[in-house]
Write a protein that binds this ligand. Structure first.
Ligand SMILES: Nc1ncnc2c1ncn2[C@@H]1O[C@H](COP(=O)(O)OP(=O)(O)OP(=O)(O)O)[C@@H](O)[C@H]1O
Ligand SMILES: [Mg+2]
Length: 227
């Protein structure tokens, strides 16, 4: 898309297609999928399952839509491989990049042109070394550059955001207005997890999905009960 110059509204190509993530319960929750160029924040407390869900999303997208670039600023390639093995992810076109420097991440995305870029997590990405690590200013800069990349490349961008117990996105709350979709993963009763749509620009918001964390990752509770 040509950014930075005015276009007559009726001359703008009408793209109504959405990209389904490929996890049926998640697609249903967000209204069918995501328009290309969307940015998604996945917020949650430490250990709730953000990286697990992001890797499941990476695998689902890689299966049906092409290559996915999975960037981690907090885990080693081996740790990610071990999780992928546990989740039974085999033969997926997921490129893993363990890197905190955002310019390096953006260069890799420019080269690979992935369908989806996954960043785990926003707090461990460094856009400007002169800003404090994990500061709100740093988060806003990282968020803004990811949103821009997604728009320019028509890619999907997912970023994990660590939150503090009891708070929604707290510091990162100021990022919410930048992005298209905000998902919050919380602890539910009896060890279950609840995924909530806190904001959705292109579909329904406020919906929740109950999940269970097991050896094979996060599975919708309904499916668990059916087995
Ligand atoms: N083999 C397993 N079977 C069941 N649950 C597991 C297994 N391995 C890990 N888990 C669960 O996965 C959860 C951690 O998931 P994950 O690392 O995705 O969370 P996170 O939100 O990314 O955490 P962090 O804040 O450390 O980045 C823990 O609750 C852990 O109990
Ligand atoms: Mg994690």
């Amino acid at each position: 898309m040509a950014l930075g110059r005015p276009l007559l509204i009726t001359n703008i190509p009408l793209r109504t297609e959405v990209i389904p993530v490929g996890i049926p319960a998640l697609d249903e929750l967000i209204g069918g999928g995501l328009p290309p160029g969307s940015t998604v924040l996945l917020g949650g407390e430490p250990g709730v399952g953000k990286s697990t869900l992001l890797l499941q999303i990476a695998a689902a997208l890689a299966k049906s839509h092409g290559s996915v670039l999975y960037v981690s600023g907090e885990e080693s390639p081996r740790q990610i491989r071990v999780r992928a093995e546990r989740l039974n992810i085999r033969g997926a076109r997921i490129q893993v990049l363990c890197e905190q420097s955002l310019p390096a991440v953006l260069r890799a995305a420019d080269e690979l042109r992935p369908t989806a870029l996954i960043v785990d997590s926003l707090q461990t990405a460094i856009a400007r070394p002169d800003f404090a690590f994990g500061s709100v200013a740093q988060l806003r800069e990282v968020g803004a550059r990811l949103v821009r990349l997604a728009r320019e490349q028509g890619a999907l961008c997912f970023a994990a955001v660590q939150t503090t117990k009891g708070k929604a996105l707290s510091g990162p709350k100021s990022l919410e207005h930048l992005v298209d979709l905000v998902l919050i993963l919380r602890y539910g009763e009896g060890g279950a997890r609840v995924l909530e749509v806190a904001k959705n620009r292109h579909g329904p918001s406020g919906g929740t999905l109950a999940l269970q964390m097991g050896k094979e990752g996060l599975v919708p509770l309904k499916e668990v009960q059916c087995i």
